[in-house]
Design a protein. Structure first.
Length: 476
RNA sequence: GGCCCCAUGGUCAAGCGGUUAAGACUCCGCCCUCUCACGGCGGCUACAGGAGUUCGAAUCUCCUUGGGGUCACCA
């Protein structure tokens, strides 16, 4: 049978990393088994709906390279793929379920429900309306008393199932509450809609977060009541912000879009989150989506929560950045040059050549090149470098010499290097000392993307000499 | 609190009864080198605790501890 998985987000805002990973795994699992991946929008809660959230979901999935075979904007044989457009379907099935004894009308109002609080302050429905006679129900219905439809749970025994990652899960039936299937506004709750839709859309592998691990028996009971075949389940451990807190949009934690803005490439984000909660068989960790599609395997999924480590994602991002051609890298970097002080000045391609393997995420760029436009007094201790064996005294010699050497030099790489090398020999200092001091004198920075020659070339003759003179005076 | 689940370095993690307990990120050192970075080499750091089972336990069982999830007319 063809594998069919789905990603069923609710449009309540941005797509955060945890959701994206769930989508990714569902996608990878389907692809691995030559199956289909479906996108379904779960918008049965009108109150939580956020304008533009659906479009954000489409855009994120697209940018991430996660292609769905069926979905609201691409169609398919099992539509509509937006739950709010399926309202009538749920009601029909809910009524069928009532006939089958798996559910019942409930007319209890809020006051009564609120009174059902146990000594620990936990509310729990007491099944009162499940005991209503047919006449009573008909009467209330005819009178137009507002109602909800509740699932009728067994009160004894246990319900269990085999989760593909967690193994056997079993819950005592008396823990299962008669939760609401159809709300008083006629809309289904997640509890009902997800089961009906998964069945109707032929979803045979349900992949989702562990928050559903212990409520899955309820859903299975629904499948059973309908006489439908249960799907296989695959629950995913959460991604944590730290040991205690889950990554969430509530804390304003990074969502996909934010990372893109910070200068991460989609491939790196996808690669990283694929590795959060799953590990490949081999030791290779830098994996493309295509490779992941082939390698993905349930056996590599872990059961315990994992903490999101941006440091490692940064490292991966750096790996991807270095792999691009200079032109590709430059294309990605330009927006960040435009945001920096060097906007419009300097040859971007040249800057990219210096920056490509010094940058981990693109947003570091402005901070790394601002010195090209910002120059002023700095501490002469910057000239001290243990390995170079330099200090202010050496610097004075070097910078003074450089000033002479460069007055008549051509400002291209070769000529600059030659002039400075010759001068250092003349002065009896090491070439490294000369270059180090000149670089500091030129930039006033402890470290820079590029050495003395490269920076002098970038700054040009006039500016370089001006800075050298300034720095020379500064040493005195 | 009830119920469900989880537990290997700081982090991601391999491991499936016998291993010197992989690998990656981070950090540190060395090499390369005009600083930094890249690259190369090397290093530090882990089986939560306690009982069992077994010739032998990170691996199996139980308890403790710690952590997560869930108990909505939210998904």
């Amino acid at each position: 049978m063809e594998v069919r998985t789905r990603f069923a987000p609710s449009p309540t805002g941005f797509m955060h990393i945890g959701n994206l990973r769930t989508a990714l795994y569902a996608y990878l699992f389907a692809k691995k088994h030559n199956g289909k991946f479906i996108l379904r929008i779960e918008d049965t809660d009108a109150e939580r709906f956020v304008e533009g959230a659906v479009e954000k979901i489409y855009a994120t999935l697209k940018k991430a390279g996660i292609k769905y075979d069926e979905g609201p904007d691409v169609g398919g044989d099992y539509g509509p793929y937006i739950q709010s457009q399926r309202k009538d379907i749920y009601l029909k099935y809910a009524k069928e379920l009532i006939e089958r004894g798996g559910a019942y009308y409930c007319f209890c109002d809020k006051e009564r429900l609120d009174s059902l609080v146990d000594e620990k302050g936990i509310k729990r429905y007491d099944k009162k309306c499940s005991r209503l006679t047919e006449q009573e129900i008909k009467q209330k219905l005819d009178l137009g008393v507002p109602y909800v439809i509740r699932q009728n749970m067994p009160t004894e025994g246990e319900s269990g199932y085999e989760d593909l990652v967690f193994g056997h899960i079993s819950v005592p039936n008396n823990e299962l509450e008669d939760h609401i299937l159809i709300k008083s506004d006629g809309m289904p709750t997640y509890n009902f809609a997800n089961v009906v839709d998964d069945h109707l859309m032929n979803i045979n592998y349900v992949i989702r977060g562990t928050e559903y691990l212990s409520s899955t028996p309820k859903y299975n009971l629904l499948y059973d009541s309908f006489g439908w075949q249960r799907p296989q389940y695959l629950h995913l451990p959460p991604i944590m912000k730290d040991a205690q807190r889950k990554l969430s949009k509530r804390y304003g934690d990074a969502n996909f879009e934010d990372f893109i803005e910070k200068g991460y490439v989609p491939q790196a984000i996808i690669n990283y989150i694929a590795l959060l909660g799953w590990s490949p068989k081999g030791n290779e960790e830098k994996l493309s989506l295509e490779e992941l599609e082939k390698m993905f395997d349930i056996s590599g999924i872990s059961k315990s929560p994992s903490i999101f480590d941006e440091q490692k994602m940064k490292w991966l991002n750096a790996q991807y950045l270095r792999e691009f051609s200079l032109e590709e890298f430059n294309g990605l970097a330009v927006p960040f040059y435009e945001k920096s002080k060097v906007k419009g000045k300097y040859d971007y391609l040249k800057l990219s050549g210096l920056l490509q393997n010094r940058v981990e995420i693109l947003s570091e760029i402005p901070g790394m090149i601002d010195f090209l436009e910002e120059f002023g007094a700095f501490d002469s201790r910057l000239y001290e470098h243990k390995k170079m064996k330099t200090d202010a005294a050496v610097a004075k010699t070097a910078v003074g010499g450089a000033l002479e050497a460069l007055k008549n030099a051509q400002f291209n790489h070769e000529a600059l290097m030659e002039a400075l090398t010759r001068k250092s020999e003349e002065l009896g200092i090491k070439k490294g000392q000369m270059l180090f001091c000149v670089r500091v004198a030129l930039t006033g920075k402890e470290s820079t993307p590029g050495g003395a020659v490269e920076i002098a070339e970038l700054l040009g003759k006039e500016e370089s000499l001006r800075r050298l003179e300034y720095s020379y005076k500064l040493i005195e």
